[in-house]
Design a protein around this ligand. Sequence first.
Ligand code: F0G
Length: 530
Amino acid sequence: MRFTLENWAEAFASLPVRPRPYRNAAVSLRGHGVDEQAERARVLVEVGLNVFRFPAALIPGCDLLTDSGTTTMTMPQWAALLLGDESYGSNEGYFELKRQVVETFGPAWENRDRNFESVFIFHQGRAAEHGLFSCLGRMLDARARVRGDGRPWFVIPSNGHFDTTQANVEANGFEARNLFSPEQRAKDASAPFRGNMDTGALHALLADPATRERVPLVYLTITNNTGGGQPVSLENIRQVSELCRAWEVPLLFDACRFAENAWFIREREPGREGRGIAETVREMFEFCDGFHISLKKDGLANIGGCLCVCEDGLLVKRFPGIREALTMHQVLVEGHPTYGGLAGRDLKAIAEGLRTAVRQEYLDWRIGQVGRFGAAVDEACGADVTVKPFGGHAVYIDLDRFFAGTGLGDGDFPGISLTALLLVAGHRLCELGVYAFGKEVNGREVGPEPRVNNVRAAIPRLCYEDEDLRACAGAIGLLYRERERVPGVEVTYGKDRPMRHFISRFRFRDGTIETRRRAENGAGRARTGA
Ligand code: F0G
């Protein structure tokens, strides 16, 4: 058969290894001499094995501490920075960002009301969360209202509150309640939309007037950060929205990874064939009355956040004073509402980032890379140690599986050991398990409920090549093979502090697991006189 050009094109397209849809325009040089290995080990001890305190300059490998603010910006973004307008009031970037919000999220987000903003700019996501919940808390006098058992009267349900969201909800007198999907609770490895909300639980909460009056609004986190960015289906969004609208309860999104969520909808949800990412995003955002976003994720920016309020939506209807309260809050803590704590140039870079974030070829590569890394970790370990299905921005290593049979228990905090030893290899990951989510109560450790015990590798956007990530997977594989030799740690500072993993210091327990076991056995024999 004669091959036409189309045949050739098809044949090339079917090759398994495809080029990245971008190329490097500037690189950040990292040293990686052998001597540095010893230097890293020395500094590791100096910083008390705390990954947050370890100098980034000493990490030649993959810095997978977070996907937040770590994006490599595109050339048009760098160009936008140079065109920044640093006027104090109503700079060019402010108008450009507002135009882009409508372009990206749809006409519902147009600011027609000249008296109040619909886009409230903040320096990052949690500042927007703080703005919303502190204003709402004051309007409802939430802190003063408690139930008989002392718990807050008001409840903010979510498919999964991120930790800063939860902290802001709780700090302002509300209960943060997670209505995890049944698939999430069952740790279903094949669930296409494990990030969904349990709509049955939401129905139960809203159908009863006695509990409904305690719900000022409902939150959906898309993607759901739990498990590495598990997506929420459009069907789930629609169902949650229907319930909320039926009882006039505002629905808000935590939209940090909205584009990645749209990619999963396009990829996995029946009936979505032929619908583009941009179109899917607009459809998703028709169902909510407001959203907050850390633009350090799918804004592809290094800093920034905002809270968007739909002028005709239920949030404004139910809390008519909310926009004025937010404006006053912004003036007090962030600056004039037309820059909200950001430089004018950042606003332009964010607007440009929002345009890139919904590009199909970018998302194909980005989310594909997360999956390829996850598979590489399992392959390097020769075992199924990662949480499945892989989400959109991170791979989670299940510590209970990784350290099964080694004799290391929760009190040894082996996740901390794992991240510490990976720093010696030149890679940075983060424990999100019994240390980060556990706490000390009256001198006793209380683990997270339901149990989560992972180490997270969050992949920065447009930053690493697959080869870099394979090197990291290799180091994880080596630790898995040698897991019997991984020592536990003891906490030298911060065990009883809130958000303790950020500030704690640790040291390795002496010796390897084998010597620890021998010592324990020896002690046991001594006690029994054997
Ligand atoms: N919501 C979600 C779902 C997040 O993942 C984050 C941040 C925030 C809100 C807060 O935004 O950092 O700009 O204040 N997540 C980062 C992470 C820190 O590593 O997952 P922020």
